[in-house]
Design a protein. Structure first.
Length: 396
């Protein structure tokens, strides 16, 4: 996986907090005739004002169940809007970047409880609207807000773990360089994968790696001369050479450059500062990028190791979640389910490791490919909830 970032899913649908009902149409055959698809019931809509002085105005007759709030910003600045419990500040739904004069929908399920809208303008204090109470029905779960301060301890713990991972990456890339320097390309091909996988496990730190990531793990995408471009460096440059008949002599400089880049990154890491606010997002994006790049074969330069890389990315995701677990334990009801999805993904991918190596993507049968895709897609969907819950929110 390259250091490209995926799209940040900010929808509470993934969390189960903003729900959109999709009713399947039933096609019945009776006496040789088809019944028309069932009509989809319209959801109730309520227009709610977004502004510092009139936040939440317009919602006076609450009803339980799934419904849509049309958030209309009457101010002259963009704002975030939360629907929350005004006492605990547990968030039931949110919409970001509601621009001046625009209207954005928020779909939620409401039940017995206390609710209020909070409007958070870009450059002003937050304002909380009138409190509304419901005495019946079953609503979606709420999650207490996470602040940047909450994310500092897990970010520091993760950064320390990455430092150890970089030490190991340096050691393994030197093993790769040594094999190339002595002209043993068979040994170099064996040494390439462990070194690359060790780096891949550090996926949540890519943003903090800056330009170093492109030198270490970049592809030839966008380069004028493709795989022959001087800007094509790092693991994939060496991979291409090892599996496309290049001589050891032709690979010595790229190998030396890779060791130099990894060592420089390791040596500078103690002074680096990861953005704590990005940790939850990266927990989702690691495997989102895996689906986009590894499971499509876009990063295969001959080794056929995309499934091995995907497995390393699962391990990397687990490392991030282990640091976030104290925050998620009280906020994400389906955390045990997410753990089971991670285990399932790891088990599925492990099934493609054989005594002779990892099965290349293009050797999978259609049912095998469908299983891998479905398993990883389900996991990515679950991880979107982590990104949403751990997105820092202003509370004042």
């Amino acid at each position: 996986m390259s250091g490209l970032r995926g799209t940040h899913l900010r929808l509470y649908g993934a969390l189960g907090l903003a729900l959109v009902l999709v009713l399947a149409a039933v096609l019945a055959v009776r006496h040789g005739q088809h019944r028309a698809p069932a009509a989809r019931p319209a959801l109730p809509h309520t227009t709610v004002e977004v502004s510092s002085s009139r936040c939440g105005r317009g919602w006076s007759s609450p009803v339980p169940g799934v419904q849509v709030f049309d958030l209309h910003n009457t101010s002259d600045a963009p704002a975030e809007v939360y629907l929350e419990d005004p006492t605990s500040q547990a968030v039931y739904g949110e919409v970001e970047d509601v621009g001046p004069g625009t209207t954005r929908p928020l779909t939620v399920r409401l039940g017995k409880g206390t609710y209020a809208f909070k409007c958070v303008p870009d450059d002003a204090d937050a304002a909380t609207g009138p409190t509304v109470r419901l005495d019946r029905g079953y609503g979606g779960p709420g999650a207490a807000p996470v602040t940047e301060h909450d994310l500092i301890p897990p970010a520091l713990a993760y950064q320390k773990w990455v430092g150890g991972g970089l030490d190991e990456t340096v050691r393994l890339t030197k093993d790769l360089q040594d094999a190339i320097d002595r002209g043993d390309l068979t040994a170099a091909r064996k040494a390439w994968l462990p070194a690359h996988l060790q780096y891949e496990r550090l996926g949540a730190a890519y943003d903090a790696f800056g330009d170093a990531d492109a030198k270490i793990n970049g592809t030839d995408a966008g380069l004028p001369d493709g795989v022959r471009d001087r800007g094509f460096t790092g693991f994939h440059r060496i991979e291409y050479g090892l599996w496309h008949g290049r001589s050891a002599g032709a690979l010595r400089d790229p190998a030396a450059g890779l060791v130099k880049a990894v060592t420089a990154l390791r040596d500078s890491w103690a002074q680096a500062r990861m953005d704590p606010a990005q940790l939850g997002l990266r927990a989702h994006e690691i495997l989102e990028n895996t689906v986009q790049f590894e499971l499509t074969g876009r990063t295969d330069y001959g080794s056929g190791s995309n499934l091995a890389t995907a497995r390393a990315n699962v391990d990397g995701t687990r490392e991030v979640l282990s640091r976030l677990r104290p925050l998620l334990a009280t906020r994400y009801a389906d955390l045990p389910g997410l753990t089971r999805e991670l285990d399932r993904a790891g088990h599925t991918l492990d099934g493609f490791r054989t005594p002779s190596g990892w099965t290349p993507l293009d050797h999978l049968t259609r049912p095998q490919r469908e299983t891998v895709d479905a398993t990883m897609d389900d996991l990515v969907e679950h991880l979107a909830s982590v990104a949403t819950i751990c997105d820092p929110r202003r509370t004042v």
